[in-house]
Design a protein around this ligand. Structure first.
Ligand code: ADP
Ligand code: MG
Length: 267
C-alpha cells in the first residue's frame, strides 16, 4: 500500500454536537464540537469518564442517533443512517439464540440476499480468523462470554464494513478473558486491516490496541487530548510492562482522573 493510500481519510466527524432535551429534567449537552478523523486501516480508541458522551458519539457515527449539529462522513460521503459501511459491536452480545454460530455470522449477508453457500463460506472465513473454528454449529448459550463476543466481532466483519465500531465490547468479561480478547482483537485487526474505532473506559486497553487514543472530557463531551501511540507492532501482553507503555497510561490517567472521580460521585 502506498503512503498516500494508507493516509486516506476513512471517517471524518465534523463539529458534532448533541443535546438531549427532556421534558421533566434539564437538557443534557452530551457532545460539543467534536472534530476527528480516522485514517483507512487505523485503530483509534476513545477513552473518557462515564457520561462523557462516548456512546452517544458512536451511535451518531453509526447513524442510530441524529446529531444536533455537525455531520459524519465515510470516505468523504455524508451519512445519516445506519449502512453496511459501518458495523457496531456493543458490550452485550446481540446474537440470535436460535441460530448457530455460522448462521449468526452469516446473518447480515443472508439479509443482503447473498446466496447461502457463499454467505457460509464468508462466515467460515471470519469464524476461523476469530479463532472459533470447530464451534460453527454450536448455539450461543453453549459458548463462554468471550467466545460470544468473538462471534459478534466475526459477524460484524462478515459484511465487510469500512469501519468497525466497538462500544466497550469486553466490558462484561472478567479481567483475564478481557486480556486474551485484546490480543485476539489485535490479531484479527492485523489480518483484516479494518479501520477500527473502539470505545473503552480502560486506559491500558486503549493504549495496548491503538495507533492513537482520543481522550474525552465530560459535561459537555469534548476532545481533551489526542495521543499518538508509537509503540512497535505486532504487540503482545508483555508490552504492558514496558516503561513506555506505563508512561502513556499514566499520562492519560492523570488527564482524566479528576473527572472519573467526579463521575463516580454523580453515579
Ligand atoms: P458514555 O458512553 O461516555 O458513558 P453517554 O454517551 O452514554 O456517555 O452519555 C453522555 C451523556 O448523555 C450522559 O449525561 C447521559 O446521561 C446523557 N444521555 C445519553 N443518552 C441519553 C438519552 N437518550 N436521553 C437523555 N440523556 C442521554
Ligand atoms: Mg458508554
Amino acid at each position: 500500500m502506498s503512503e498516500a493510500q494508507s493516509e486516506a481519510v476513512r471517517l471524518r466527524v465534523e463539529k458534532i454536537g448533541k443535546v438531549f432535551g427532556r421534558r421533566d429534567k434539564p437538557v443534557v449537552e452530551a457532545l460539543r464540537d467534536i472534530d476527528m478523523t480516522v485514517a483507512e486501516g487505523e485503530f483509534v480508541s476513545i477513552v473518557g469518564a462515564s457520561g462523557s458522551g462516548k456512546s452517544t458519539l458512536l451511535r451518531i457515527i453509526d447513524g442510530l442517533l441524529a446529531p444536533s449539529s455537525g455531520r459524519v462522513l465515510v470516505d468523504g460521503r455524508a451519512v445519516d443512517r445506519p449502512g453496511r459501511d459501518r458495523a457496531v459491536v456493543f458490550q452485550q452480545d446481540s446474537l440470535l439464540p436460535w441460530k448457530t454460530v455460522i448462521e449468526n455470522v452469516a446473518y447480515g449477508l443472508t439479509l443482503a440476499r447473498t446466496p447461502k453457500a457463499e454467505a457460509h463460506r464468508t462466515a467460515q472465513h471470519f469464524i476461523d480468523i476469530a479463532g472459533l473454528g470447530g464451534f460453527e454449529h454450536h448455539y450461543p448459550h453453549q459458548l463462554s462470554g468471550g467466545m460470544r463476543q468473538r462471534v459478534n466481532v466475526a459477524r460484524a466483519l462478515a459484511v465487510d464494513p469500512k469501519i468497525l465500531l466497538l462500544d466497550e465490547p469486553f466490558a462484561a468479561l472478567d479481567a483475564q478473558t478481557r486480556e486474551i480478547m485484546q490480543t485476539e482483537l489485535l490479531s484479527i485487526w492485523q489480518e483484516t486491516r479494518k479501520t477500527v474505532l473502539l470505545i473503552t473506559h480502560q486506559i491500558d486497553e486503549a493504549v495496548f490496541l491503538s495507533d492513537r487514543v482520543i481522550v474525552f472530557s465530560a459535561r459537555p463531551g469534548t476532545i481533551r487530548e489526542e495521543i499518538p501511540v508509537r509503540l512497535p507492532r505486532p504487540r503482545d501482553l508483555h508490552l504492558k510492562r514496558s516503561p513506555e507503555f506505563t508512561a502513556l497510561v499514566d499520562h492519560i490517567w492523570t488527564s482524566i482522573e479528576a473527572e472519573v472521580r467526579a463521575s463516580l460521585k454523580q453515579g
